[in-house]
Design a protein around this ligand. Structure first.
Ligand SMILES: Cc1cc2nc3c(=O)[nH]c(=O)nc-3n(C[C@H](O)[C@H](O)[C@H](O)COP(=O)(O)OP(=O)(O)OC[C@H]3O[C@@H](n4cnc5c(N)ncnc54)[C@H](O)[C@@H]3O)c2cc1C
Length: 573
């Protein structure tokens, strides 16, 4: 399979500069990736630039759920829930290697008054079981044919059997219902690879710095290379490019309003950033198996989740409006808030010492400011056109990225007077075509090559059918099958693969987003960084000086992400 590597990035930039594009997408999170895929699938000559790494913004910092959102139902946000449930069904079909059904256990306690954010509290909680049952019936019903399976009621014994960490005191009953989960950063990469297969030109580490918008003719975007390199002069490393395109799409998430301003448009979007933080634990801390747990009620009327994800358990999230957007890092207050709420519901208290890692991100929540031309497509996201022609898409969720992209490219079709239909509804993403049928043969070959079962399963689940390239690497160099971290399934071959085929250009790209060692490992990848850097040095022709710079930059990233957890906590591996 082709993939995208360093050379194809250089080639993509050359091509974008050499000939005008139909569509230039700014922003390489899940939304921009979706727009690049949809536009290229409709036959538009498409380019995408991302100022950092793909999914380096919000799209690697979510709860990783592909869901309708049970908490939006009490707010009667039925269109939002219905749209997301339909997209959930499409993703389960179109990306089976990356999106799987997940069962959730929702407990109901005698002390509960407003579980799942109910707007009213029945006296003494009478009738809450019936209300939740009815709500989940509506949730199942809204999914229609996309329903994964019907929810069902559980006795308190059944709840405790399936979620043994929960506090038995006061537990009255519970429910099991279904949603889905994914790997947000890898989903973004899979969407980008699908776009590249259809001719899209993609460049990470390339920031749009100025715009000359022209609604009637070609617009011009000036972009600069942001990839630091110890071996290039400051002039070379800050090289700038002029890219002409007929349509410019602003898919810069929480930064979309700033991008509108940068383009000289009067902002139509009013982004209200909301910060969300997650805590990462060992699954054993909660005796977590393959079901998630809903913590039904926080002091501020929300819910929280304990979700099994890869090798770990994620606990999240907070939801706090913030005035400005900086580097999102967990604060003492957020950690205390989450520990307090988890400890209200679990049998054995958890403390800071149990936390392996934290991560935070900003939700691009949206208010519409200028309703003159907006096509407001749902309460979840908006596509707006500026006076000078910039098309901006923001809001929404990871789950609804495909629909957001479709609505955006529909707008381009209208401008062009063309009708292309909606090719992404049934478009199977990169790595998923034939994955299910070929999986058994893949696992057999993996075992024949000496891989442990968990490693073979991890490769298949992360890379889909492209994992066969990893087995080819191992067949040629068996050493590459070695684990990078003793208790995680990541291996050396992945480092080579993500450099050659997934545009990993820095240590952080490889350790934080193509793999998730920086979230799953207690040392946050510090212990393995020199080994990974040595492999990347060979692949990307780094000089010893650049290798050192990469290690220093990664150490700074780890310090920053560690936030208020004590350094000793992250240095024990
Ligand atoms: C804590 C939290 C939990 C969440 N959980 C879920 C969940 O479980 N399920 C779900 O469906 N959704 C969830 N979401 C929402 C979801 O993660 C976001 O809606 C989605 O990731 C936004 O993607 P995006 O592409 O619009 O933005 P981003 O991923 O932020 O991408 C925008 C990109 O634009 C780039 N950019 C900015 N300016 C420029 C420029 N000048 N030039 C080039 N590039 C630029 C940025 O670097 C960035 O990478 C969650 C969000 C948060 C914060």
């Amino acid at each position: 399979m082709p993939g995208i590597g360093r050379v194809s990035r250089e080639h993509a930039l050359e091509q974008m500069v050499a000939e005008p594009l139909d569509v230039l997408v700014i922003g390489g999170g899940i939304t921009g990736a979706g727009v690049a895929l949809d536009a290229s699938a409709r036959g538009y000559r498409t380019g995408l630039i991302e100022r950092g790494d793909f999914a380096g913004g919000t799209s690697s910092r979510s709860t990783k759920l592909v869901h309708g959102g049970i908490r939006y139902l009490p707010q009667l946000d039925v269109p939002l829930v219905r749209e997301a449930l339909i997209e959930r069904g499409r993703l389960l079909r179109n990306a089976p290697h990356l999106v799987q059904p997940l069962s959730f256990i929702l407990p109901l306690y005698a002390s509960s008054r407003r579980p799942v954010g109910l707007p009213i509290a029945p006296p003494l909680g009478i009738g809450l079981g019936l209300i939740l049952d009815t709500g989940l019936t509506v949730y199942d019903g809204l999914a229609g044919q996309e329903k994964i399976a019907s929810h069902h009621r559980l006795t308190s014994e059944e709840v405790l059997n399936r979620a043994p960490c929960l506090q038995p005191r006061g537990l009255k009953t519970g429910f099991a219902y279904f949603d889905a989960q994914t790997d947000d950063a890898r989903l973004t990469v899979a969407v980008l690879l699908s776009a590249a297969e259809r001719g899209a030109m993609l460049a990470n580490y390339c920031a749009a710095t100025s715009f000359q918008m022209d609604r009637e003719n070609l617009s011009l975007v000036t972009a600069v290379n942001t990839l630091p390199n110890a071996d290039t002069s400051s002039e070379d490393s800050a090289a700038s490019f002029s890219i002409h395109a007929r349509h410019i799409v602003n898919a810069t998430g929480v930064w979309a309003e700033m991008t509108e301003k940068l383009a000289g448009e009067t902002p139509s979007l009013d982004i209200v950033p909301s910060k969300g933080t997650h805590l990462v634990f060992a699954k054993e801390t909660f005796g977590l198996r393959d079901e998630a747990i809903v913590l039904p009620e926080t002091a501020d009327g929300r819910i929280m989740f304990i979700v099994p994800w890869l090798s770990r358990a994620l606990v999240g999230t907070t939801d706090d409006a913030v005035a400005g957007i900086g580097t999102p890092v967990a604060t003492e207050g957020e950690i205390d808030y989450m520990l307090e709420h988890v400890n209200r519901f679990v049998r054995r208290s958890v403390s800071r010492g149990d936390i392996l890692a934290t991560y935070s991100g900003y939700r691009p929540l949206l208010k519409l400011r200028n309703r003159r031309t907006p096509s407001r497509l749902s309460r979840s996201h908006a596509v707006v056109e500026g006076d000078d022609g910039l098309i901006s898409v923001s809001g929404g969720k990871l789950t609804t990225y495909r629909r957001m992209a479709q609505d955006t490219v529909d707008r381009i079709d209208v401008r062009e007077g063309r009708r292309h239909g909606h090719p992404t509804s049934h478009l199977v993403l990169y790595g998923s075509d034939g994955w299910y049928d070929g999986r058994a043969a893949f696992l057999r070959r993996g075992v024949e090559l000496g891989l442990a079962r968990d490693i073979a399963e991890h490769l298949s689940g992360s890379y889909g059918t492209a994992a066969s390239s990893l087995l080819d690497l191992i067949a040629a160099r068996p050493r590459l099958a070695e684990r990078l971290i003793p208790d995680l399934p990541y291996i050396e071959a992945e480092v080579i693969h993500v450099c050659r085929s997934e545009l990993a250009l820095t240590l952080e790209d490889a350790l934080a987003r193509r793999t998730h060692i920086a979230i799953e490992d207690r040392s946050r990848g510090s212990s393995v960084a020199p080994r990974v850097a040595a492999l990347m040095k060979e692949e990307l022709s780094w000089s010893p000086k650049e290798q050192r710079r990469q290690l220093e930059a990664f150490a700074a990233f780890v310090r920053q992400e560690t936030g208020p957890l004590s350094p000793t906590q992250v240095s024990e591996s």
